[in-house]
Design a protein around this ligand. Structure first.
Ligand code: ADP
Ligand code: MG
Length: 546
């Protein structure tokens, strides 16, 4: 073969390959899941691109072919997908562009191989470095690809060490061949039956046909029935969990699985999951819902914003009959169908949460994972604000564990008009805050809030069951209504000398120095001006330079 252009891997790819090959060695079979998933993704992409570019039209018989060749010790995975141009080959297979993948490298860097988690393959799927899994079973990989809409084909070739070469190639139709030169100790992956078992296990729900060449024949290897379209009674829990892992890139077991079919004004099937644990780096990567939209089983997009952003931890699929298969991005933005689906799905998820909240212990686990995200909705979604406030859980100065706003209201002291809360960064030190002393001494409960979003939503919510939410650092005047029995009330007389002296000493740093009945053991406490922003909010604003 002509010597092609030499390219070095980006530093991150180099490190990653080393780890994939040497540390992520268990369960090697998942390389096939990754390559088949890529082939299916590329086929989806081509179908979508063809909507606006007829030159990329997908052939009727588009499929994914798996072709083992024992004599040549070669395994080829071919697709009729979008293919890659020369630049795309270099970029997609030679650098790590996605931030999640960069995080993967950093995460692995920070650990010794022996400290890596036991389910190592999960790391591969989770961070989307799937292609490189090929080097677990191959000592050399060739990728021959022709971009749909172009006549040019290119060959990417690498031994997975320092870099790769790019050289011109030929390919009859657009699409991609991944050619694995199988390692000495990986013979099993040249066996058609073994390959079929792997496809059954990992890729059965892929809607494109997958075939495996066996005795010269192309034999179908997947059922291709979208799992969510099967009646609930025909779907096992294992299948659901596997599917959850596939769509979410998580490796836990879902805390909740919602599977239903809606008929009537709008027709759709949904299979949704609430993860059982908080995914690594959750919230930093993705701000919008990634629930996948399918039309008549065909994948359309995962950025239709099918759920509000405060439900972005929900994973899964919504499949509808009410949109045309060739729905375009512009149409998705304009159609009322999506808004209706969104509302129906949101309400269904909230119902599920209300039901599951009856099991306080289980719900607490959910709340600890995703409560801060739900609270964003109290802040920025007027439509669901009250519902979400009802679902929220809080730490409190008066009771252990988690409590609700409704429970707080049921414990109000005689004459207490407001729901008091204290915000701060550190949940461990909040209960010892001097801001609480005056309230404690009077037996008035205070909610302890320590998530960043807690500085924002209480003011938006305003009231709950007719009671105003009030920050303790704002309205301490209320305390005067509740004299403590064992102490004199009101500031002491000798403060008349101390206060003006302090005020002079502190100058512009404070707007006032006052006597207070909020404190019992402490000498001083910082307080926000009655009408101004809450103290914790002031701190946050200052930190963000506002
Ligand atoms: P991910 O699939 O999570 O993006 P991978 O490492 O599996 O990460 O693949 C990297 C990129 O290479 C893909 O995003 C895609 O752009 C490209 N790619 C891989 N396989 C194919 C293929 N068969 N056809 C077209 N593009 C592909
Ligand atoms: Mg992939």
């Amino acid at each position: 073969a002509p010597a092609g252009e030499e390219h070095a891997f980006s530093a991150e790819v180099g490190r990653l390959l080393d780890l994939v090959v040497h540390a992520l060695y268990s369960e090697r079979e998942i390389f096939l899941r990754e390559l088949v998933a890529n082939a299916a993704d590329a086929t989806d992409r081509r179908r979508f691109e063809a909507l606006t570019d007829a030159a990329r039209t997908l052939p009727e018989d588009a499929k994914v072919r798996i072709d083992p060749d024992k004599d040549a010790r070669r395994l080829t995975i071919s697709d009729d997908g979008a293919g890659m141009s020369k630049d795309e080959l270099a970029r997609n297979l030679g650098t790590i562009a996605r931030s999640g993948t960069r995080a993967f490298g950093q995460e692995l860097d920070s650990r010794k191989p022996e400290d890596l988690p036991k389910d190592r393959p999960s790391l591969i799927g989770q961070f989307g470095v799937g292609f490189y899994a090929a080097f677990m079973v191959a000592d050399h990989v060739d990728v021959v690809s022709r971009r749909a809409g172009s006549d040019e084909a290119w060959r990417w070739s690498s031994d997975g060490k320092g870099g790769f070469t790019l050289s011109p190639a030929t390919r009859e139709r657009p699409g991609t061949d991944i050619i694995l030169h199988i390692k000495e100790d990986a013979d099993e992956f040249l066996d058609a039956w073994r390959l079929e078992a792997i496809v059954r296990k990992w890729a059965d729900h892929i809607v494109w046909p997958i075939t495996i060449r066996r005795d010269g024949e192309e034999a179908p290897a997947n059922v291709g029935t979208a799992l969510w379209r099967k009646p609930r009674s025909e779907v096992t829990e294992d299948q659901l969990n596997d599917f959850y892992r596939h769509v979410s890139h998580n490796f836990d077991t879902p805390w909740a699985t919602l599977h239903w079919h809606a008929e009537g004004t709008i027709d759709f099937t949904a299979l949704l999951f609430i993860p059982g644990s908080r995914p690594f780096e959750f919230g930093e990567q993705v701000r919008e819902s990634r629930v996948r939209l399918h039309v008549r089983r065909m994948f359309i997009t995962d950025d239709a914003g099918l759920l509000p952003s405060w439900l972005r931890f929900v994973q899964g699929v919504v499949d509808t009959e009410d949109l045309p298969l060739n729905v375009s991005r512009e149409m998705l933005q304009a159609t009322p169908v999506l808004a209706r689906i969104r509302k129906a799905v949101t309400n269904r998820v909230l119902n599920e949460l209300r039901n599951r909240a009856k099991d306080a212990e289980s719900y607490a686990g959910f709340w600890e994972n995703f409560g801060p995200v739900l609270k964003e909705g109290v802040w920025d979604d007027a439509e669901y604000r009250t519902d979400l406030a009802g679902l929220a859980r809080f730490r409190s100065s008066a009771v252990g564990g988690w409590t609700t706003l409704a429970e707080y209201v049921s414990r109000l002291k005689d004459g207490q008009e407001a729901i008091y809360y204290l915000t701060g960064d550190n949940p461990d030190t909040l209960p010892a805050s001097p801001q609480l002393e005056g309230f404690r001494a009077r037996g008035i409960e205070v909610l302890l809030l320590s998530d960043p979003v807690d500085s924002f939503w209480p003011e938006r919510l305003g009231t709950f069951e007719g009671k105003a939410l009030r920050s303790v650092s704002q309205g301490h005047a209320d305390l005067e209504k509740f004299p403590t029995s064992d102490e004199e009330t009101g500031p002491r007389a000798d403060l008349d000398v101390l206060l003006p002296a302090l005020k002079t000493a502190l100058g512009d740093a404070v707007s006032d120095v006052r006597g207070t009945n909020r404190l019992v053991g402490s000498a001083v406490v910082l307080s926000a001006a009655g009408q101004g922003p809450d103290l914790q909010l002031q701190r946050l604003l200052r930190r963000s330079g506002q």
